[in-house]
Design a protein around this ligand. Structure first.
Ligand code: ARG
Length: 646
């Protein structure tokens, strides 16, 4: 859908006609003068040099009460400074470990040894370094014991009572106290971004689902997120659509989505006419010029077409519970001339075969910023939008969620921005732009997903189908008698839409995934259905106990006596670092895996530890509640609505 197939207009737009048009609210900006732009750019340049280097997006200075890894890293850091004061740059690397020796491991003794050997005779090899690091760890309540293994790995066993206390604290103070602390203040997540009058396809669905999750994780981490729908709402195809609209509906003002019916079919029909009839084609080309010139009738028709498409998109967003803020490609029209001029003044733009381009080191095709006919394209829009996001919106993190096919496009845009000094050269510095690519959605035949051989899938139908199927399964399980119609509907929706989202998110986003209703709606295995049921089951255990859980939170004491209780407790406490990792590396599957493992740990605990009626009932109910709280937060971050009854 990019570049070649979707080009954006023509010569610089005079902004004044837009102003007379109040429906076009997002044109209320006047054109940006070059001098304004320059001021802003140089401001940005100053900012760019101030960028800070980071090891993760997270801020280590503030207290990370949920993040075990960070807390341990602090202890190790203190020990390192003491053990090897001559090496102040060594960063502690702490990792959760699955070995039976401990819960966490710090294993830089080898690399540290290679730095100090010869310089410091105090140590006779990596194990001795490990021993010293262990000895110098400051005393801490969180550590029960440590040991050194192999070539200097320092293993940590966390204190059970400390873990239990932390979980209990969270139950009282709320799960938000376990939110990652991220130093970025504002981020743009550019996601979904379908094209007006064209098909909103499964690729856009993936972008919507992945983008929403990333936005949720950042929001949870208290980042101000601008959820951007960069819709393709500008381009030469509008000339053809507008002319066709005038032809079909002489009173086009009255046209609504019912009259047009299917906008995609309308697009197809107008395209056919465009290709077949030269007179129509000519009118369409003139229409583009008139639209661009801001002629009211053409503007109105354009607004109409966009509105109709928008209503269709909104249906999908409503089903999915996804909120987006539209700033389409057209929004950036007034900013083109200034941005391109600024880049030209920096000497970055060159003439090439009539077009104006930016060459990028290591890439053999240039980035075309002005086409040979003087028009702007997908790349010019993205460059301008990036400029806007950095300078006007002051975003420090800008994330683009599209299929992997657009990777090179973004790579080039980011590199051009680096050449211009908008972005710092280093990848670990802010402001930072990232492309979050994803693979294809496949059908059972292993080919690109479609319902019938030739037809494309309408997303609303696709979502509906999941809901219908999950409702049928509930009806089959006799829920019509137990539940109200509303409960049935809501549960079917939560399960159906949740299943689609989870099936998408659980895979590493770069891999292709196979869309299969039977698999995603299976109540066994790693599916949303299984997880939602697991959550509902926990809720019913608590309910069955007849205890007031709010009361227990205040009066009861949580302990992790049984090994399965301890394992579950430790996993609960790893929530914060997991979200942080998913958020920093932009990998929602990390959170899915955590959630699935959580339900596995719970199952193990529940099969080996009696809850209701046992001597440990209070403590175990609190552990159940903590599990449910963390599960719900995971669901929330994945955009899945939890169910409480099954
Ligand atoms: N409209 C584009 C497409 O359908 C996606 C836009 C992604 N965002 C961006 N800033 N280029 O492929």
């Amino acid at each position: 859908m990019i570049g070649s197939s979707f080009t954006i207009l023509l010569a610089p737009v005079s902004p004044s006609p837009f102003l007379s048009f109040n429906r076009l609210s997002h044109f209320h900006h006047s054109a940006v003068s070059t001098s304004d732009l320059f001021r802003a750019t140089s401001k940005r340049l100053a900012l760019a040099t101030k960028t800070q280097s980071i090891s993760t997006m997270a801020n280590t200075n503030e207290e990370n009460c949920g993040n075990l890894k960070k807390q341990l890293a602090k202890l190790f850091e203190a020990s390192l400074r003491e053990t090897v004061p001559s090496e102040p740059d060594v960063e502690p690397l702490v990792a959760a470990c699955t070995a039976k020796f401990g819960d966490y491991q710090c294993n830089y003794a080898m690399s540290l040894w290679s730095k100090i050997k010869g310089k410091n005779s105090e140590f006779k090899g990596p194990p001795a370094v490990g021993q010293a690091v262990m000895r110098n760890l400051p005393p801490s309540e969180m550590i029960e014991s440590c040991s050194v293994a192999g070539p200097g790995f320092v293993n940590i066993v966390l204190s059970k009572s400390w873990l239990a206390e932390k979980i209990q604290k969270m139950l009282v103070a709320g799960i938000d106290t376990w939110a990652p602390k991220i130093s970025v203040k504002r981020a743009v997540v550019d996601f979904s971004s379908p094209n007006i009058a064209k098909e909103m396809h499964v690729g856009h669905l993936r972008s919507t689902i992945i983008g929403d999750t990333l936005a949720r994780m950042l929001e949870f981490s208290k980042v101000d997120v601008l959820r951007r729908n960069h819709v393709g709402d500008w381009g030469t195809q509008f000339g053809m659509l507008i002319e066709f609209l005038f032809e079909k509906f002489p009173n086009f003002e009255d046209v609504n989505e019912r009259a047009i019916g299917d906008l995609q079919a309308f697009y197809k029909a107008s395209k056919q006419r465009f290709d077949a009839e030269s007179a129509f084609k000519e009118r369409a080309q003139k229409a583009v010029v008139r639209l661009k010139g801001g002629e009211p009738k053409y503007r109105q028709a354009w607004v109409k077409i966009c509105d109709i498409s928008r209503k269709e998109f909104d249906k999908v967003y409503q089903c999915l519970g996804v909120h987006l803020e539209e700033k389409g490609e057209s929004f950036y029209n007034p900013f083109f001339p200034g941005v391109i001029e600024a880049l030209s003044n920096q000497g970055l733009v060159q003439e090439s075969e009539g077009a104006r381009v930016i060459f990028i080191e290591g890439i053999n095709i240039p980035l075309i910023v002005v086409k040979s006919d003087g028009g702007y394209n997908y790349a010019s829009t993205d460059l301008t939008a990036l400029w806007y996001r950095l300078n006007e919106e002051k975003a420090e993190r800008i994330i683009y969620v599209t299929d992997v096919g657009q990777q090179q496009h973004f790579d080039m845009v980011f590199k051009a921005a680096k050449r211009a000094g908008w972005l710092p050269a280093g990848d670990r510095m802010f402001p930072k732009a990232s492309h979050v690519g994803f693979g294809l959605v496949l059908g059972d035949d292993g080919k690109r997903f479609r319902t019938r051989a030739t037809e494309v899938v309408r997303l609303v139908d696709l979502l509906d189908e999941a809901k219908t199927r999950s409702k049928a399964a509930l009806v089959e399980r006799g829920k019509t008698e137990e539940w109200t119609e509303e409960e049935l509907e809501q549960t079917a929706e939560a399960i159906g839409y949740g299943a689609i989202k989870y099936a998408d998110l659980k895979n590493n986003r770069l891999t292709n995934y196979t869309f299969n209703y039977d698999q995603m709606l299976n109540d066994k295995g790693n599916t949303a259905v299984y997880l939602l049921y697991a959550h509902a089951r926990i809720c019913s255990i608590i309910k069955k106990s007849g205890k007031d859980i709010e009361e227990l939170k205040k009066t009861g004491v949580l302990a992790l006596g049984h090994p399965d209780e301890r394992a579950l407790g430790l996993h609960l406490l790893q929530f914060a670092e997991t979200v942080e990792e998913a958020c920093t590396n932009l990998l929602p599957n990390v959170l899915c895996e955590y959630l699935y493992n959580l339900s596995e740990y719970f199952t193990k605990f529940y099969s080996n530890c009696q809850v209701v009626g046992s001597a440990e009932e209070t403590s175990r109910l609190l552990l159940c509640e903590a599990t449910a709280v963390v599960m719900r937060k995971c669901f929330f971050l994945l955009g899945i609505v939890p169910v409480y009854k099954i």
